[in-house]
Each structure stands twice: as structure tokens, then as C-alpha cells.
Ligand binder design. Structure first.
Ligand code: G3P
Length: 217
């Protein structure tokens, strides 16, 4: 499973990228707001830092304007993925931009039928939002599994990009049900390395080592 990092914070992306943990980046208008940066400038910096796809989201509501914004965002760098909302206009823009050979990420997906439409419109990525389904007491992971089944049934090549990941369990479950990619905030990715038994074991080893009176260097 590929790891995308869901942020527009350069320092956080760089730290994970240096460790080889970043296969791509996703942003959205809320994350641009949080960064306090200009969308074009910060997206260009991210694209220069990361080799993989970098999603930048349009904000227009109508297809023609979405297409124009998507083309402008795509001028930033070759690894730009144009992010479009899963609306009828978004699907129209997806078809046009995909036919031009551009990478498209269709976002705000909350049903398997929506994912089916995105695949038929040529999306490179479909972004089902797990956490936001969990928030309303539905099972976001069931949606990932359903999309996996449907795409495999018919050989759709659209990549399932599990989004709105809030916990380490979400990451593990996505890998188990076969998401192609997951995008998570940096803090969730870093938390994957932690386990209370690791901390406990290390504490014991350090205590015993101190009693040996030895040094390695
Ligand atoms: O990738 C989409 C993500 O940013 C949404 O996450 O936690 O706001 O639902 P969240």
C-alpha cells in the first residue's frame, strides 16, 4: 500500500520524505488554509520535494471552471494530480482532464456507486473518506472493501486512495482490505511506529544495560 501524506506543511512532508515514507501528497482547501500559504507557492514547493503525485484541489463548482482551474494547477509541475469533487460537474471535468492525460483524484466519495462513476469517468484515484463516515456511525472500511470488490470485478484501474484516515487502525484495516493508497496526517503516520510493548521492552533493556556498566562506543 502506498503512503500519501495529507498535509500542506512542508517541514512535516520533508521529515517523512527523508525516511522514504512518502509516495505522494494530498492537499485540500482546508489544509491550504491551515498552512497559511499561497496555494500555488506551497504546492510548487511540495512538488519539488516529492517525486510522487501531489493532489491540488479545484474550488470551482461548474465543470468548465473546474477544467480551467485544473489546467492551471497542472502547470505547477508534472506530478500534479488535479483533485475534483464527486459531483456531476466534477465527473464531467474528470472525463475531460483524464482524456488529456492528466492525473485526476476524485474526492469526497461516500458511496460505492460514486466510486463506480469516478472509475467510468477515467479517474486515476478515488478518495473515499473513512473517518467522516465513521463520524456518522457508518463503517468507512466497508466502503473501501465494497469499492475494492467492484473495481476488481470489472478490472477498473482507478486507484483506491483511502482518505480521512484518523487512526493507526484505519491504516492497518485499509491495508487488509486492499486499498491501493492511504493518505493520512503526518502524526498518524508517525504513530504507526509506536507500541506500548516496544516502550516497555526498551525501558527494561536500558535499565539492564545500565547495570552492566558497559559502553559500546
Ligand atoms: O484527505 C481528506 C482528509 O483531509 C479529510 O480528513 O479528517 O478532515 O475528515 P478529515
Amino acid at each position: 500500500m502506498k503512503f500519501f501524506v495529507d498535509t500542506a506543511e512542508i517541514d512535516a512532508i520533508a521529515e517523512l520524505n527523508d525516511l522514504g515514507m512518502v509516495d505522494g501528497v494530498t492537499t485540500n482547501p482546508s489544509l491550504i488554509l491551515k498552512s497559511g500559504r499561497d496555494i500555488i507557492e506551497v504546492t510548487a514547493e511540495i512538488c519539488a520535494l516529492v517525486d510522487g503525485p501531489v493532489s491540488a484541489e479545484v474550488v470551482a463548482m461548474e465543470a468548465e471552471a473546474m477544467i480551467a482551474e485544473g489546467r492551471k494547477l497542472a502547470e505547477i509541475a508534472d506530478n500534479i494530480t488535479i483533485k475534483l469533487p464527486l459531483t456531476w460537474d466534477g465527473l464531467k471535468a474528470c472525463k475531460v482532464l483524464s482524456d488529456e492525460g492528466r492525473m485526476v483524484n476524485v474526492t469526497l466519495c461516500f458511496s460505492a456507486n460514486q466510486a463506480l462513476l469516478a472509475a467510468k469517468a477515467g479517474a486515476t484515484f478515488i478518495s473515499p473518506f473513512i473517518g467522516r463516515l465513521d463520524d456518522i456511525h457508518l463503517d468507512g472500511m466497508d466502503l473501501i472493501a465494497d469499492i475494492r470488490t467492484i473495481y476488481d470485478n470489472y478490472g477498473y484501474e482507478t486507484n483506491i486512495l483511502a482518505a480521512s484516515i484518523r487512526s493507526v487502525n484505519h491504516v492497518q484495516d485499509c491495508a487488509l482490505v486492499g486499498a491501493d493508497v492511504m493518505t493520512a496526517p503526518p502524526e498518524v503516520i508517525k504513530k504507526l511506529a509506536t507500541h506500548p510493548l516496544t516502550d516497555k521492552g526498551l525501558e527494561q533493556f536500558m535499565a539492564d544495560w545500565a547495570k552492566t556498566g558497559q559502553n559500546i562506543l
